[in-house]
Design a binder for this molecule. Structure first.
Ligand SMILES: NC(=O)c1ccc[n+]([C@@H]2O[C@H](COP(=O)([O-])OP(=O)(O)OC[C@H]3O[C@@H](n4cnc5c(N)ncnc54)[C@H](OP(=O)(O)O)[C@@H]3O)[C@@H](O)[C@H]2O)c1
Length: 345
């Protein structure tokens, strides 16, 4: 028996078939890892939960390698340096890292980014000033290219990506129409200044969308797929741009939806309306656009033109349930797990 502090880690126990459940994860205690030369020992403060993690749980071929069964689940983290074997970082520094679903982790000092708690709450490095904010910024501005007066429609609009897309569209002078699930999310989008917000769970959804886009849709920022995409497609204008960012309605699919096969109708619409439908992974834009994003987003956050919301779940052990809920619309804002105390608050 030892009473020295232990690490808590969540491992992938099995690959889900359909929705992930708690059975797909194992929570275990392990010794706290020891940093080597050029490495730091990190104590996790916040763990980011993101829809892409569903892909990492699957063995299907994708743009990134899967997490192996028995390995710690991957994920972005904000952490405190506990021990440093590198001159660039000292104990007490707060960093953005990628140590996954665990209370302590070791990382190369080269692979973490020091955060300045005086600039913004450190949790924003996982959301509005981090990966999700950048995804919105790069996908909308590089692929969507909204022009003043155009209509931009975004799905999963109350999430961290969608809420930033709609607000940046407004900053660029476009009309923003947000689609979200339920009256609370719709009310928040109205508060953020979206021109129209509609509920995709309402029985009148298709009619509400039609009424919201009298001049058609110039940019549709796709986050979900499913029935939302079906409702959007007929309203796309000639030369509309469709950044395909995510398809969360399908991440738990185990087979293709029942027929008929409508791909020929889709391709005909793409052809006859000269649509640009372009998938992307945000990392492809990092080199060219991350610096501009950081400066623009920090400015918009400071002056209040870009607002955000966090949904913080307490305790690493609650991560599996929170993650399953994320894929079904249970979270409201950027979903974070508070793994340990935040010394900056
Ligand atoms: N390409 C990239 O590099 C990249 C990077 C980051 C994120 N993404 C993608 O961007 C999308 C948004 O990510 P996020 O982090 O901002 O997630 P999020 O909005 O916090 O969570 C996903 C939301 O999708 C909505 N949803 C789930 N099932 C749905 C369905 N059947 N029909 C309609 N809406 C449904 C839910 O919102 P409601 O309650 O409003 O229905 C849920 O809250 C995801 O698809 C994600 O995979 C892509």
């Amino acid at each position: 028996m030892t009473d020295s502090p232990q690490n808590t880690r969540i491992l992938l126990a099995s690959r889900p078939h359909g929705e992930p459940t708690s059975d797909n994860f194992t929570i275990e205690s392990a010794p706290i890892p020891v940093p080597g030369e050029g490495e730091v020992l990190l104590r996790t403060i916040y763990l980011s939960l993101d829809p892409y993690m569903r892909g990492r749980m699957s063995a299907a071929k994708s743009y990134a390698a899967p997490v192996e069964v028995g390995d710690v689940m991957e994920g972005g983290t904000v952490a405190e340096v506990v021990e440093s074997n590198d001159d660039s970082l000292r104990p007490g520094d707060i960093v953005l890292a990628y140590v996954g679903w665990q209370a302590y982790g070791v990382a190369s000092a080269k692979h973490v980014r020091k955060l300045d708690p005086a600039q913004a709450p450190v949790s924003t490095a996982l959301g509005v000033l981090g990966m999700t904010g950048f995804t919105a910024y790069a996908g909308l501005l590089e692929i969507g290219q909204p022009q003043p007066g155009e209509t931009v429609v975004v799905a999963a609009a109350a999430g961290p990506v969608g809420s930033a897309v709609g607000q940046i569209a407004r900053i660029k002078g476009a009309r923003a129409v947000g689609i979200a699930g339920g009256p609370d999310k719709v009310a928040w989008l109205e508060e953020l200044g979206f021109d129209v917000a509609i509920d995709h769970r309402s029985p009148t959804f298709a009619d509400d969308l039609k009424a919201a886009v009298p001049d058609g849709i110039d940019v549709y920022f796709e986050n979900v797929g499913g029935h939302v995409w079906d409702a959007v497609l007929p309203h796309l204008n000639t030369y509309a741009r469709v950044p395909v960012c995510g398809l969360v309605a399908h991440y738990n699919d185990t087979e293709l939806p029942p027929g008929p096969d409508r791909s020929s109708r889709l391709m005909t619409t793409i052809l006859t309306k000269s649509l640009t439908v372009r998938g992307f992974i945000q990392t492809e834009f990092v080199k060219a656009h991350y610096a501009a994003f950081q400066s623009d987003a920090a400015g918009w956050l400071r002056d209040g033109t870009l607002r955000h919301r966090e949904d913080v779940v307490e305790g690493l052990e609650n991560a599996p349930e929170a993650f399953a809920g994320l894929l079904k619309g249970k979270s409201f804002g950027k979903l974070l797990v508070q793994v340990g105390p935040d010394p900056t608050r």
